[in-house]
Design a protein around this ligand. Structure first.
Ligand code: DQA
Length: 148
């Protein structure tokens, strides 16, 4: 059994009503429910956290070490393109993570093409809407299996 933590960055609490052309019509609770169910079916533990505040995400990452989180699925949202502090937090705890985006950031504005996380992530999945999260979770489960 492994512990998975999904972290959602700013404005993702508005999923379902926010720019549905980019982010779909499903809300965050429905996405978390889908991931929790997938984890449960595979015999794993699931936890999720969303914040609009950078420091709260940093503190949640710090806590995840004490909580023995095995893998983080992270959609840093707008912090993807700005946050050295979140990058440093992930490096500090040294927990593997997959970077996830609902939209394909590479087809959008050029400021979204750069990520402070991609080069330190196990992998990056973007452009598949809520399925991006599911693909990331499945990939993380496989990665941990390979390690055992
Ligand atoms: C996002 C893409 C980011 O550029 C944007 O700031 C978000 C959501 C995505 O999931 O597609 O808030 O991370």
């Amino acid at each position: 059994m492994a512990n998975f933590l999904t972290l959602h960055g700013p404005n993702l609490n508005l999923l379902g009503e926010r720019e549905p052309g980019h982010y779909g019509t499903e809300n965050l609770a429905a996405i978390d429910q889908m991931l929790a169910q997938h984890c449960d079916d595979a015999g794993h533990q699931f936890d999720s956290f969303q914040s609009n505040a950078e420091h709260q995400l940093i503190e949640r990452i710090h806590r995840s070490r004490a909580e023995s989180v095995d893998f983080i699925i992270f959609n840093p949202a707008a912090f993807t393109h700005t946050s050295v502090a979140l990058r440093d937090a992930l490096l500090a705890v040294n927990i593997p993570f997959i970077e996830v985006h609902l939209s394909n950031v590479h087809t959008r504005e050029t400021f979204r093409h750069h990520s402070y996380f991609s080069d330190i992530a196990v992998g990056v999945i973007c452009g598949f809407g809520k399925t991006s999260y599911l693909l990331a979770l499945e990939a993380a489960i496989q990665k941990l299996k390979e390690k055992d």
